[in-house]
Design a protein around this ligand. Structure first.
Ligand code: ATP
Ligand code: MG
Length: 395
């Protein structure tokens, strides 16, 4: 139950996160962040301005929550507050505070605290004195009878700048770095729970992302690809416009199935995927591959499994942001970013097609290399697959 009268609010104060650490690059980062804010707020009426180096959005009250939801998803912002902007004038501040107080009391708050923050040193009174004065004003003129310094029912924050902003709650957001500020990555996106979460994690660190998915049509259906497109669509809320590449790896899977030991099929398939992904990354100038692997989760994600898949990489790094996470932690993030429900919809998995009943749980690279040697024209097959790739622009 909120004690805050939303109708009084007309602004959102933004806290930029690690940007403050970025020294000379700060200007660039801020520009990226501003552009992103402009993009997500297309269609809303607002002004974005700095008030003594703190960015504020000024908006219509009725758009407040919708705008907040959009802003929450912009990486680089660590927190925000929904505030009432008034002029830096004692009467106005006091009057607005009383409106906050009366509503809060009516909704059941029985004690309060006033916190004053004074960035504008030109303001006559010091913060402590002024907080006391405002507290007294509320006690005298509203039904409140009690100030409580610790665990108050409601805190009235008064942020004094060129203008004055009154707010009650601080909202924590994702943090991270502005999109596009740290490089470009290519995500290997399957229909499962993990790779969408891995995408989110790297986008949060400022990477601009595109996606590649592997299928085995006609053994995997068109609907399976539709599902991946829909996942990319959800992810584009965080990544912005994105491109999804799709490659049919059936040819190589069939040959692996025919020529090599059954129990290594999954690893050999994963190696083919990594090779194709690195090739795509090189041609499109992506600087890293990203997967949803987590240590020990399945047979192909043991130390041995990861060693075998990683060994095909020629020069790009592979980022595995979920490597140290438990499934439950991954699921919590998937729910939070809204990919979970889509991920758990049933789909045929390209990997599952020729999946051995008993995959080797800790494959050795030597054994894998011996098996791979048995595949003739390996590179030509990859060329064919690569040349037949399709793509879809999403978001
Ligand atoms: P996910 O939940 O992302 O499907 P998973 O737990 O099922 O992961 P694997 O199937 O072993 O794990 O896949 C490991 C990683 O390899 C995935 O997170 C993804 O990055 C990549 N990957 C697997 N299959 C595909 C595919 N068909 N297309 C693209 N990437 C894939
Ligand atoms: Mg999978």
């Amino acid at each position: 139950m909120s004690y805050t009268n939303k109708e009084l609010l007309n602004s959102i104060g933004l806290a930029y996160g690690e940007l403050s650490l970025k020294g000379k690059n700060r200007g660039q980062f801020e520009k990226k962040l501003r552009n992103k804010i402009k993009k997500v707020l297309e269609g809303f009426e607002y002004t974005l301005f700095d008030d003594i180096s703190k960015p504020y959005l000024f908006i219509n009250s009725e758009d407040l929550d919708a705008v907040t939801e959009k802003i929450k998803k912009v990486f680089g912002i660590v927190g925000l507050n929904q505030a009432a902007k008034v002029e830096r004038e004692d009467e106005q501040i006091k009057e607005k505070l009383l409106q906050f107080a009366e509503y809060a009391y009516e909704k059941g708050a029985r004690n309060f605290k006033v916190v004053v923050n004074r960035s504008n040193k030109g303001f006559e009174k010091n913060s402590m004195e002024y907080a006391k004065e405002l507290g007294a004003h509320i006690l005298i003129n509203s039904p409140f009878e009690k100030v409580k310094m610790k665990d108050a029912d409601i805190i009235f924050n008064v942020d004094i700048r060129k203008n004055v902003y009154i707010y009650t709650d601080k909202i924590k957001t994702y943090g991270g770095l502005p999109l596009g500020s740290t490089g470009k990555g290519l995500v290997l996106l399957s229909g499962g729970i993990d790779s969408p979460v891995a995408s989110f994690m790297m986008a949060k660190r400022g990477m601009r992302l595109n996606f590649v998915t592997f299928h085995s049509f006609p053994f995997t259906s068109k609907q399976a690809l539709e599902k991946i497109k829909e996942l990319t669509e959800i992810l584009s809320i965080y990544t912005g416009k994105a491109r999804l590449y799709s490659m049919n790896i059936l040819k190589i899977q069939e040959i692996i199935n025919e020529k090599t030991k059954k129990d290594l099929a999954t690893i050999l398939g994963r190696r083919a995927m990594m090779r194709l992904a690195e090739r795509l990354a090189n041609t499109m100038q992506y600087q890293a591959l990203i997967t949803g692997e987590s240590l020990g989760q399945v047979a192909s994600q043991t130390m041995g499994g990861l060693t075998c898949t990683n060994a095909v990489m020629e020069k790009l790094p592979v980022f595995r942001p979920l490597i140290g996470m438990d499934k439950t932690e991954i699921i919590d993030i998937a729910k939070d970013i809204d990919t979970y429900e889509k991920s758990i919809e049933p789909h045929e998995d390209s990997c599952a097609l020729f999946a051995p009943k008993h995959p080797v749980t800790n494959p050795k690279l030597e054994d894998v290399l011996v098996e791979e040697e048995k595949i003739e024209n390996y590179d030509e097959i990859l060329d064919e697959i690569f040349n037949e790739k399709e793509y879809f622009n999403i978001g």
